[in-house]
Design a protein around this ligand. Structure first.
Ligand code: MUC
Ligand code: MG
Length: 378
């Protein structure tokens, strides 16, 4: 029995390629918590957790993810059988309430370790991949319409992305609609345009906004109203011809059930971090499927490790109606994986090999770690 004998976290700060402007914050760097789990048979697994903009996006920050793992999850799992992931999830959930991203970061490392010991990809542990690659959106969020249009043109030309998500909600409605309209007009039918309001609108603004977005050819609006206001999300979903996607409201299967039960949204943005891990993420997916909702593989702007883990899970999903947005590593100025995840032909490709299929570049990890004085264990 391979017992867990070490759980170690490392906090990295990696600059982004440009400012990423969301309704609640502008990111110029991403903070990444790497997790290394070692088992007493010498095998290892890696995991990762990220949030967005410190504590401005949600209830977890990189620092809180690290603290939850170092002080609570790690000690609770010491000596546990590494092959018993369901048992480990039970221990984690009894030890730590909330903190889904911290829980997920450790769970990824457990799946990676198990997959490596068995010599199979994590997708195999979830029944096997049904696709080797998935459509991948890019977020246009420079804060400037001209820059965004140039970025979209370059992505289409390079055949990297033809799905674009626009971050709106920071400016007044009229300016946002003009911005989205300019991008829709520029790309025409060469791309799918979606927006993410990140909870910034009240219901009255959302009603007007969604109607205007529909007019200019936007396909989908993500979390237009506050996560707590499920009735407002439902009111929009009931009346809009545009598809409405739930994101921040989905913090695991129980929320998924609440949203699905009264059809408060048309689409689930499934995030492994926000769901509390791959196991709970797969349950969110199952609830969405059973309710006949659309599915989309979401991101917390993760680096390569968590992106690879999400790809392992999403590759097993029968129908990903809206594709994915697993572009996180491309938003970062530098790659921390030994071998980058492949983006080509408008798709992100599932990494091959056992576990989550990727390995870290130790030099990059050393370079970007916040605490550069300490040495990284091999
Ligand atoms: C979110 O709210 O969806 C995903 C892509 C992006 O640009 O921001 C994230 C968070
Ligand atoms: Mg979102």
């Amino acid at each position: 029995m391979p017992r867990i004998d070490l759980i170690e976290t490392t906090l990295l700060d990696i600059p982004t390629i440009r400012g990423h402007v969301l309704s609640m914050t502008t990111m110029t760097a991403q903070s990444v918590v790497l997790v290394r789990v070692r088992f007493d048979d010498g095998s290892e697994g890696i995991g990762e957790g990220t949030s967005i903009g410190g504590l401005s996006y949600g209830g977890e920050s990189a620092e809180s993810i690290k603290l939850a793992i170092d002080h609570y999850i790690g000690p609770a799992l010491m000596g546990h059988d590494g092959n018993d992931i369901n048992g480990a999830i039970g221990i984690i959930e009894r030890t730590v309430r909330g903190n889904p991203i911290a829980r997920c970061a450790v769970e990824i490392a457990l799946w990676d370790g198990l997959g490596r010991r068995l010599g199979v990809p994590v997708a195999q542990l979830f029944g096997g991949a049904v696709r080797p690659a998935m459509p991948v959106a890019w977020t246009l969020a420079s804060g400037n319409s001209t820059t965004d249009i140039a970025e979209a043109e370059a992505m289409i030309e390079a055949r990297r992305h033809n799905i674009f998500k626009l971050k709106i909600g920071k400016r007044d409605l009229k300016s946002d609609i003009a911005h989205v309209g300019a991008i829709c007009a520029a790309v025409g039918d060469r791309a799918s345009i979606r927006v993410d309001v990140n909870q910034a609108w009240d219901l009255a603004t959302a009603r007007r906004g969604v109607a205007m977005l529909e007019e200019i050819g936007v396909e989908l609006a993500e979390q237009p109203v506050r996560a707590e206001f499920l009735r407002d999300l439902k009111a929009l979903t009931d009346t809009s011809r545009l598809s409405i996607m739930a994101d921040e409201v989905l913090q695991g299967p129980i929320d998924a059930m609440r949203v699905a039960a009264n059809r408060s949204a048309d689409v689930f943005a499934v995030k492994i971090g926000q769901s509390g891990g791959l196991r709970r993420g797969s349950e969110v997916i199952a609830i969405g499927q059973a309710a006949g909702l659309g599915l989309y593989g979401g991101t917390m702007l993760e680096a390569g490790v968590s992106t690879a883990a999400a790809l392992q899970l999403f590759s097993t999903v029968e129908t990903l109606h809206w594709g994915t947005e697993l572009f996180g590593p491309l938003l970062l100025k530098d790659e921390i994986l030994a071998e980058p995840i492949r983006y080509a032909d408008f798709c992100v490709h599932l990494p091959q090999g056992p576990g989550i299929g990727v390995a870290l570049d130790p030099d990059k990890v050393r370079f970007y770690r916040r605490d550069r004085g300490a040495t990284l264990a091999p």
